[in-house]
Ligand binder design. Structure first.
Ligand code: SF4
Length: 247
């Protein structure tokens, strides 16, 4: 979408994102950016420039009004090297007011091609799990820690997750889910900031910033190790009980 097609606020978000992608941590913008089409007179500084000098200071991790606005603002992100190798940015999919949010680690090849999370074989299995829970992907929200695919589906690097995690945090803030489900070791460990193995994380409730969090096997692991399905179903029954859903 060109700048001319965006609302003034969306243009501001995009400008902020471009600065963030360039590594800025503090940005000062001319207030005209909010109200007309003139090019930004953004001033870069390693420290906060007094607002009285050039305009108003805006924190780069500003709260967004909607998922759409957030997506528009960050979809060209280049904060880590994965921004240069992705085919499509994979923001997330589902109900903006979902009661449950399912979080994986990163897009795979199919997701990178289509721009939607969990659309490959693992995604099809996730759809089956949701169906068994009397749910579907229009009733929940599905996202990943990383919005761009690591080459060759390697594990996300800590620095990549550090750069990308604020985007997930903002998604969670906007959706306000009643509970979170971490899919797989990497998502669970990232959400809980722990190195505890998945076997010790799953099967019980944790908390992420006050929100109940359950960690279970990633659907891709279930494709490789079908014997984990039984334990996964036990985990999903905990989720169903918390949501008040019965089969
Ligand atoms: S993985 Fe996240 S931080 Fe890295 S470029 Fe993509 S959106 Fe930006």
């Amino acid at each position: 979408m060109s700048d001319q097609e965006l609302t003034p606020l969306a243009r501001l978000r995009r400008a902020l994102d471009q600065r963030v992608a360039a590594g800025d941590r503090t940005i000062v913008l001319d207030q005209q950016l909010l109200s007309d089409d003139k090019p930004t007179t953004a001033v870069e500084s390693p420290s906060l420039v007094p607002a009285s000098q050039v305009g108003m200071a805006i924190p780069v991790e500003a709260d967004f009004a909607s998922l759409t606005e957030h997506n528009e603002a960050i979809c060209n992100c280049l904060k880590c090297p994965l921004g240069k190798t992705r085919t499509k940015f994979v923001y997330g999919v589902g109900k903006p007011t979902a009661r449950a949010m399912f979080i994986g680690e990163a897009p795979g090849a199919d997701e990178d091609r289509l721009g939607e999370p969990f659309v490959g074989r693992a995604g099809q299995l996730l759809d089956k799990i949701l169906a068994a829970m009397q749910l579907d992907r229009t009733q929940v929200y599905i996202a990943n820690i990383l919005k761009c695919r690591p080459p060759g589906n390697r594990d996300p690097l800590p620095e990549e997750m550090n750069e990308c995690f604020p985007y997930l945090r903002e998604q969670i803030r906007l959706i306000k889910p009643e509970l979170l489900v971490g899919l797989g070791r990497i998502a669970g460990q990232a959400l809980l900031q722990t190195k505890t193995p998945l076997g010790k994380l799953r099967g019980r409730w944790h908390e992420y910033e006050g929100i109940p969090l359950l960690v279970t096997y990633h659907p891709a692991a279930l494709l490789r190790f079908p014997e984990y399905k039984k334990e996964t179903w036990k985990d999903m029954q905990l989720v169903m009980a918390r949501l008040g859903v019965s089969r």
